[in-house]
Write a protein that binds this ligand. Structure first.
Ligand SMILES: [Mg+2]
Length: 222
């Protein structure tokens, strides 16, 4: 039976932080707004972006365009600039070729997350996608992980089920609660001492993929 790896999207498979920072700078110039607003706008959208956030942006800056226009523009802009590293895309292919099922479990609005998954080519390299807005559940809730497993064909006895992600709570604690083994993408950060540690800690998604390929279908590292 095939093991399963669920990947987080933002700051795991794609670098949302730098993509957002670039977008903020472009948005301010486009609307003739001073660079002093850069940190406010970045912080507003740092954890998540939704149409409601763009209503706040519109009010704050007195922008005439409707919220829908601003939101759709954001989705288009981000989709055109976000990238998944080539070595991660080929890694997903290698993982599937070696017998793994792959899913994406991501918190976020459906249209922006779908746009990113399709624009980067991740969508074509995974078995299923689970986005919190359309699922009606969010990480770290167990229901979100269970739905992702269901979409990937269900749990198989005797093989590993892994979650790879960058968020210690949403990804790692949630996955542990749902019965997964865990790989934390540290991006140079230290693990928060108040939380039980992940099963593995690596620098980036490619290293996580290499680890899973090495572990193989049984589910535990030697
Ligand atoms: Mg993330």
């Amino acid at each position: 039976m095939q093991p399963l790896a669920l990947f987080d999207l933002d700051n795991t498979l794609v670098d949302r932080q730098s993509t957002l920072a670039d977008w903020v700078a472009i948005f301010l110039v486009r609307h003739g707004l001073p660079g002093a607003f850069k940190s406010w706008l970045y912080e507003l959208l740092a954890d998540r972006a939704t149409p409601a956030h763009f209503a706040e942006v519109r009010d704050r800056f007195g922008i005439a365009e409707p919220v829908d226009t601003l939101w759709n523009g954001y989705c288009t802009d981000i989709a055109s600039t976000v990238a998944c590293p080539p070595e991660v895309l080929t890694g997903l292919e290698e993982l599937r070729t070696s017998g793994w099922r792959i899913g994406v479990a991501t918190n976020g609005a459906t249209d922006i997350q779908q746009a990113k998954l399709r624009a980067t080519g991740i969508f074509d390299r995974v078995d299923a996608v689970c986005i919190s807005e359309e699922t009606g559940a969010r990480k770290p809730g167990v229901a979100m992980f269970q739905e992702a497993v269901r979409r990937c064909g269900g749990a198989h006895d005797g093989v590993g089920m892994w979650v790879v992600g960058d968020d210690p709570v949403n990804d790692m604690a949630g996955a542990r609660e749902a019965g997964f083994l865990t790989v934390w993408i540290d991006r140079g950060r230290s693990w928060p001492e108040e939380l039980p540690p992940p099963d593995h800690q690596v620098r980036d998604a490619r290293a996580a993929i290499d680890l899973l390929v090495a572990i193989g279908p049984v589910g535990r590292a030697a």
